[in-house]
Design a binder for this molecule. Sequence first.
Ligand code: FES
Length: 202
Amino acid sequence: MSEQGTKKSGGLSRRDFLKLMGAAGTGLAFAPFVPFGNFMPNPSQATLEKVKVILPDGTQANVKTFPINHSEVITYPSTGDPALDAEAFRKWQFIRLPQELGGDKQNVSSFRAYSMVCLHLWCLWKYWPEEGRKRGECPCHGSMYDPTTGTAFAGPASLQAAPSNTLAQLNFESDADGFLWVLPPTWGVNDNGVIGYGRFAS
Ligand code: FES
């Protein structure tokens, strides 16, 4: 199974499958017969090295400069292939928490990254920093996510049983200069979670 990323599977390559997912958008809940486990990111396909948190402008995120109460979209794992890197399952909301939730700390505790794939029907949610919001919101059916935990607290995703009420997440470390790195994840519900499926909140 470790070669799944390059092998054909039932006539459908992983790359084709990912392109299909991008095209299908929110409609994939209709396809329970698809062997998602063969295609979703997993340890055999992910680098075991930590990688830089690269922001959309190409720079590496740094605790000294990334604004408080702010988010950007990051891609993980990045392949360098624009078609693959555009896939929803590689997109994460990289959030620096608002000050009142601890975002002013000059270390990794200020940061979160959650899969953007909503746990309800796989629309893409985002973080809204406005006063009175400061939460993740999904535009499709109104699920809302707590930025400190990644757990849904309103809308249909909040009604789903654990682990499908809490988003997959990435973990970080910062170096001596404040630059942020993604630590190698473990894709399991008791670890970093499973994208589009969820995570048991610890
Ligand atoms: S897909 Fe996000 S609330 Fe339905």
